[in-house]
Design a protein around this ligand. Structure first.
Ligand code: HEC
Ligand code: HEC
Length: 377
């Protein structure tokens, strides 16, 4: 995939040719006074299901309903190659923030499965977000189609505009965004390819960003290569005995798959997991939160909505013996008598669970040029 595209190789100066980028007092990226065009290949990369079909263990039964049954893609915004290409450019374009200092990718970094290693992330003016950035692998397969830890966005199309307008994250006015984007020479052609005309609207920005986020599907981890013909473990790339033990626990006694289900390994709904005895963040109400897909979870610590755990070992220890009683604690994490669960896992079993979670790491996804920064700076 050699980047060519002389078509978009225009470099337009917004405020004087050759201006040096303005140094940032906050340690953030310098502001983008000089408009640099993205470098894209001449042929569209493949994002659509038509060109890149989902593997069989996502579309067919694999010990329960398939991931595709939870697909939140609306009929009105099916992912196309040109739509996701525009979405990719928008996702990495710092011009979406009011001072040109942050893009979506500042807090959602590919190498960290589109999350951030900081507990809280820094916005355009150095301010901190109130929760931890969410990993975006397989967000397409969250069944309700609601977004954010607390599900406050009813759709992905609604969600993607909120960080742009958020006073901490990007601080840009949505009513001014189309005219601002139109000043970058590369956008009209990208909008035309995606939506048929050169018109730039907030709605089209939302649709393209949502298409790109839904295209972030991770299906090439060792877990996937190990899926056998019948959807069970151990096809081409065998899992070790330790990883298989971890998988058995995940599906069986440790009960993880009851919430982090399907081949997409995404949570089914919001739950109160008993992180605290007294709820400090109500989330979706009563301390309930959704969990992003556990795909690539190894590379994106820290964990939970507040980033409280630094390692997967700490997460497993929490489920083993750290779940706190509180009135809203999910029934799945209680004993039949209503007490918080105590899994009483041995060290071997806890290590095996962590080893299994690491089989969900997909190096192809983390380095895929289709998802990478098109702005060569
Ligand atoms: C300053 C950091 C920051 C920036 C910039 C940012 N995000 Fe986020 N993102 C977050 C945080 C933090 C959350 C979780 C917030 C919450 O749930 O309260 C989040 C959540 C999300 C989610 C929800 C995922 C899910 O499964 O529910 C999506 C999707 C998302 N961001 C996409 C984007 C897009 C698209 C952009 C650019 C338009 C963007 N983000 C810009 C920090 C950021
Ligand atoms: C009752 C449903 C439920 C069960 C059972 C469950 N989880 Fe979770 N899990 C969640 C929810 C909800 C979150 C997000 C909680 C939050 O951030 O407040 C979560 C978060 C996580 C995270 C962190 C994700 C992130 O992006 O930060 C990991 C890792 C995890 N769970 C692994 C497991 C493992 C391993 C098991 C089995 C031992 C398990 N879960 C059992 C619902 C569940």
């Amino acid at each position: 995939m050699r980047p060519i595209l002389p078509l978009l190789l225009l470099s337009v100066a917004a405020s004087g040719c050759g201006d040096a980028p303005v140094a940032s007092p906050t340690g953030l990226a310098p502001s983008t006074d000089v408009i640099v065009a993205p470098v894209l290949p001449s042929a569209l990369l493949a994002y659509s299901d038509a060109r890149l079909p989902l593997p069989r263990h996502f579309t067919g039964p694999s010990g329960g309903p398939p991931a595709i049954a939870a697909d939140n893609t609306p009929a009105s915004n099916v992912t196309t190659d040109a739509g996701a290409t525009l979405g990719r450019v928008l996702f990495y374009d710092r011009r979406l923030s009011v001072n040109g200092r942050v893009s979506c990718a500042s807090c959602h970094r590919q190498e960290f499965a589109f999350s951030d290693t900081a507990r809280l992330s820094r916005g355009f003016d150095g301010g901190l977000t109130t929760r931890h950035s969410m990993g975006l692998s397989n967000a397409r397969f969250y069944t309700s189609g609601r977004f954010f830890w607390d599900e406050r966005a009813a759709t992905l199309e609604a969600q993607v505009l909120q960080p742009i307008a958020d006073p901490t994250e990007m601080g840009e006015r949505l009513d001014e965004l189309p005219a601002k984007l139109a000043r970058a020479a590369y956008y009209p052609a990208l909008f035309e390819a995606a939506f048929g005309t050169r018109e730039i609207t907030t709605d089209r920005v939302a649709r393209a960003l949502a298409q790109f986020v839904r295209a972030l599907v991770s299906t090439n981890a060792r877990f996937d290569r190990a899926v056998g013909a019948n959807g069970g473990p151990n096809g081409a790339d065998l899992l070790t005995a330790q990883e298989l033990l971890g998988q058995q626990l995940y599906i069986g006694r440790a009960g993880c798959a009851r919430c982090h289900g399907t081949a997409a390994h995404i949570s089914d709904a919001v739950h109160n997991t008993g992180l605290d005895a007294t709820i400090t963040d109500a989330g979706a109400g009563n301390g309930r939160f959704k969990a992003p897909s556990l795909r690539n979870v190894e590379v994106r610590p820290p964990y939970m909505h507040d980033g409280r755990f630094q390692t997967l070992e700490q997460v497993v220890d929490f489920y083993d013996r750290g779940v706190r009683a509180n009135p809203a604690l999910d029934p799945r994490l209680r004993t039949p008598g209503g007490q918080p669960q105590r899994l009483n896992l041995t060290v071997t079993e806890r290590d095996a669970l962590v080893a299994f979670l690491k089989t969900l790491t997909d190096r192809t996804f983390l380095t895929d040029p289709r998802f990478s920064d098109p702005f060569v700076r």
